[in-house]
Design a protein around this ligand. Structure first.
Ligand code: NI
Length: 227
């Protein structure tokens, strides 16, 4: 499942984030690549542990942990600290799959990447190209979102970034380990959650059906979650 999470940040908030990020020590993006993706990747990145990446990464994680749609869809166990990339002057990232395991350099953090996310931090009118193209079970989907919006997709998907032929595309990207490893199980829980909330809006949160559906949700989560 591909999920568009709108307005994680407002345009004004994005402008503030960009002020900090743009002043950072951008360098060759291949620092974080696995062997396969190093062959396909041409972009710039902020070093993982530079103050700008750490500061804005924390702001992003806090915003996501407070975002009901993101939490319901991702069921996050551990969010890997966000990284930042910039594509310009024809830069692109060819088709690849993200590494299954992310180990923080020099740190104790290690996650299995269940979900990948891209948070767009450039106005789509400010650049040409730069679509994130994801191969889904339903075919290829091309994603280019307003600044402040996020796309969440299964890390097992092959994906690429098309060349940026005008302007610059700045994004945050990160991986997370979910409480529910299986994509289909996680998607079913999300659908049940959304449907239950719909019934709750209609009938009120104390309605017997809402209580029973909420029970089913938690009992499935209890079966499927790895905490
Ligand atoms: Ni990738």
């Amino acid at each position: 499942m591909l999920l568009h999470v709108p307005e994680v940040f407002t345009q004004d908030e994005v402008a503030l984030l960009r002020e900090t990020l743009d002043a950072g020590p951008w360098s060759d993006g291949n620092a974080t690549s696995g062997h396969q993706s190093a062959l396909a990747k041409r972009n710039m990145q902020l070093p993982e542990t530079c103050p700008e990446a750490l500061e804005i990464g924390l702001v992003i994680r806090q915003a996501l942990e407070a975002n009901p749609m993101f939490v319901a869809a991702a069921l996050p166990h551990t969010i890997y600290p966000p990284l930042f990339n910039r594509y310009e002057g024809g830069q692109a990232f060819g088709t690849h799959v993200d590494n299954a395991i992310r180990q923080q350099r020099g740190g104790p953090l290690r996650i299995r990447s269940d979900l990948s996310a891209t948070l767009f931090l450039s106005d789509p009118d400010d650049y040409d190209g730069g679509e994130l193209t994801i191969q889904d079970t339903y075919g290829e989907q091309s994603v280019k979102l307003p600044a402040g919006d996020l796309v969440l997709y299964p890390s097992r998907s092959l994906h690429r970034v098309t060349p940026v032929t005008r302007g610059a595309r700045v994004c945050a990207f990160f991986w997370l380990q979910s409480l529910v490893r299986d994509d289909a199980a996680r998607e079913t829980l999300f659908q049940l959650d959304v449907a239950t909330q719909r019934v709750s809006l209609d009938k009120g949160p104390a309605d017997q059906a809402v209580v029973e559906l909420t029970g089913v949700y938690h009992n499935l989560l209890r079966r499927w979650a790895e905490v």
